[in-house]
Design a protein around this ligand. Structure first.
Ligand code: NAD
Length: 262
């Protein structure tokens, strides 16, 4: 029997990449799923119905925009209304923009802080009362190696991810006696659309070709010289949901091919 049988997981930004891998891993462990994120309706519906048919659980989708606090509250409410609880909350939605600080567009700064940092405050705030009432919960946020170290041209992203590490510690301490853990996972480079999309801007910012960006910028920091896979990140998140991880809280867990060891 799956370790999440009867539980409900809300995963923000789960129409793609790491978030979709989390959703599928939790569904494989028996959880009902609330999917969220952007995407063409037909593509989203394909992923939603695949979660149901592949794993024999229920999955609903919310298009809530993680930049909008009222829609974020509605996302958590949807999980509670549809399935009766939100037991596992994963803050994963994220965007990136690469530019020198003096040219960094103000609207991009605001969007990255809203989606990558403030959305986690709003989801946690909305989900914690139910978790406390039921006496169990798991809160996981996808941070990044950029929650621990910086790279040039990613001011907003690095600031947001460092913020996630601090928010995680604070929430963990507040919930330490409530059987709710709060951790973040910090991947290095994982091959997803988010990484692929930043290649053109990085080519421009650093005056490099595509192969140079992949080898000399992305994998330069990763001693294993391999991308992390979405399945590897999801298996760490699933581990955090189990009883074996009940005493892991406030942690920032690296899964980065050795990046932050250097
Ligand atoms: P991705 O682009 O494949 O997925 C991002 C998800 O967030 C998508 O489902 C997208 O629709 C959703 N999203 C974007 N804006 C949204 C909004 N306003 N409201 C709701 N959903 C929104 O990227 P990914 O690589 O899977 O990234 C997932 C998380 O992992 C992000 O927080 C990212 O910062 C983090 N991360 C990624 C890597 C990497 O190398 N890919 C490394 C470290 C951390």
């Amino acid at each position: 029997m799956g370790i999440l049988k009867g539980k409900v997981a809300v995963v923000t930004g789960s129409t793609s990449g790491i978030g979709l891998a989390y959703a599928r891993a939790f569904a494989g462990a028996g959880a009902n799923i609330v999917l969220n994120g952007m995407g063409a309706p037909a593509d989203v519906e394909k992923e939603r119905s695949a979660v149901e048919s592949d794993f024999g659980v229920k999955a609903v989708y919310s298009p809530a925009d993680m930049a909008k606090p009222n829609e974020i509250a509605e996302l958590v409410a949807l999980g509670e209304k549809t399935f009766g609880s939100v037991d596992v909350l994963v803050n994963n939605a994220g965007v990136q923009h690469v530019a020198p600080i003096e040219e960094f567009p103000i609207d991009k700064w605001n969007a990255i802080i809203a989606i990558n940092l403030s959305s986690a405050f709003h989801t946690i705030r909305a989900a914690v009362p139910g978790m406390k009432r039921r006496g169990w919960g798991r809160i996981i946020t996808t941070a990044s190696a950029h929650s621990q170290v910086a790279s040039p041209f990613k001011s907003a992203y690095v600031a947001a991810k460092h913020g996630i590490a601090g928010l995680t510690k604070t929430v963990a301490l507040e919930l330490a006696r409530s059987k709710i853990t709060c951790n973040c996972i910090s991947p290095g480079y994982v091959w997803t659309p988010l990484v692929e999309k930043q290649i053109p801007n990085t080519m421009k910012a650093r005056n490099m070709d595509r192969d140079q960006v992949i080898n000399d910028v992305l994998l330069a920091a990763q001693p294993t010289k391999e991308f992390v896979t979405v399945e590897q990140v999801a298996s760490l998140a699933l581990f955090l949901c189990g009883e074996g991880a009940a005493q892991i809280t406030g942690a920032n867990l690296s899964i980065d091919g050795g990046w932050t060891a250097a």
